[in-house]
Write a protein that binds this ligand. Sequence first.
Ligand code: SF4
Length: 480
Amino acid sequence: MTIDIEEFIGILEKEVRNYQVPVVDLIAVQTKDPFKVLVATILSARTKDEVTAVSSERLFKKAGTVEELAELDEATLQKLIYPVGFYKNKARYLAALPGKMATDFDSKVPDSMEGLLTLPGVGRKTANLVLAQAFGIPAICVDTHVHRIMNIWGYVETKKPEQTEMALRKKLPFKYWIPVNSLLVAFGQGTCRPVAPHCDRCVLTEACPRIGVSPRKLKAKNTKGEVLRLVSWNVNGLRAVYKKGFMESLKEMAPDVMGLQEIKAMVEQLPDPLQKLEGYHSYFYSAERKGYSGVATYSRQKAESVIRGIGDPRFDEEGRVLTLEFPTYYFINCYFPNSKHGLSRLGFKHEFNVTLQSFAEELAKKKSVVVCGDFNVAHKEIDLANPKQNRKNPGFTPEECAWMDSFTEAGWIDSFRAKNKEPEQYSWWSYRSRARDRNIGWRIDYLCVDKKSRKRIVDAEIYQHIYGSDHCPVVLDFMK
Ligand code: SF4
C-alpha cells in the first residue's frame, strides 16, 4: 500500500492546528533569535516539551545572549536547566558554546550544517532544526516522531533516523522539508503516540497502513456475561494514581476483578471513594510499615472467603498477597519482592516465590487459580528491551528467570504469552530518560492460571495506553 504524502500532510496541516505547538517552533516564532533556537533545541533532546519550555525560560532570564551565557559556569547552568534530560551533559555543552562561537563564528550562530556540527552538543537533528527554524533554510529535521511515523506510513523503510533523513531528502517534496518536523512532532505527541497510538480517533485511520503498530484498545469487549475481565496493576501508590485519572481508567477497563499492587497506604489513609469503590466490594492487605508495599483487590462479586497472606510472617508483614475465593476460582493478588540493587533481597525473593507457589498449588487442587501481580521479573529476553545489558540486574538475573522457568514448567500458564508472541510488549518503564516514550520497558506484570484452566483463557492484553503509574495494567478475559 502506497500512501499519498500530499494528501496525508494536507490532512494533518488542518488537524494539528489545535494541537500544542512544539516548543522549539514556538521559541523560533516568538523570538526569531537563532541563539535562543539553538539553545532550546539543545535542551529539548530527550526531554518533554513542557520541561524544555520552563527550563529555557529560566535560562533565558539569566542568559538571553551568547555574551550573557559566557558569564555562567557549568554548575550554575546545571541548576538553571534541571530537570531536562541529561542536564549535566547539556550544561557542559552550553558552557563551552560561547567560546567556540567566539573563536570560529564571531559569536554568531552559524547558518550552515558544517558550521553547526562543530558546536558542542549539536548533531544532525539539532542542526537541521536550527537551520529550518532559525534561518528558514530547507532542512529535514528527523527526530523520533518523524522517523517513526514515516515508517508506520511505509513512506520510508529505515532503521535509524539518519537513514530516514537521507531517504526523505530523495523523495519528500521540497515544500514539506521545513514544516514536516513540527507537523509530525505535534501529531506524534497528540495522536500517533509512540506507545498505543490513538488510531481509533485518528484522521488518517482509513488510509494509514499502520505498519508495526499496536493501537490502543478502548472498548470493553462484548462479553455477554460469559467472560470475566480480570485486571492487575501495580499503581505505585493508590493515592497518587487516584489523582492521575484512576477513576476514568477504571471506567474504561470495566474490570470484574482488579488486583492492585504497591498501594502504599493503610485503608484509613485512602480517600473515601477508594475505601469503598462504587459498584465493587473492596478488600485490602496493607504492609505493617506505612507507605510501603500493600495490595488491594476490588471485585464486582462478593468473595466467598478472603485469605490474607501466605502464612509466613516474613512476607505477610509486608502485605504482599491477598486471595479472594469465588465459586469457580481463586484470585491471588501478589506483589513479589524486588531483589534490589546489589541483589541484597534475591534470597528473600526466592523464598517468597517458592512459598507462594506451594500456596497457589494447594488451592489449585480445589478449583481454578489465577495468580496475578507484579512478579518483578522479566521471564525471557523478549520480555525486556535490553536483555543483554540487564542480565545481572534485579528482575532479570539467571536465578529469577530460572524460578519463572520452574513455575511455568510446573504448569502455570502466562496468559499473555499464551495469546501473544509479539516483542516490545512491556508493562513497566523506568521514570528516567523518557523510557516510556521510547518504549524501553520490561514485561514484569502477569496474570497466570493453573494448567487445568488453560481453556478458560479467552484473551490477554497489556493496556499500555493507560497512564498514572510507572506500570500499566495487564488484563485477562477469563471464561466464567
Ligand atoms: S492510524 Fe494510527 S498509526 Fe496511522 S497515523 Fe493514525 S494514529 Fe498513527
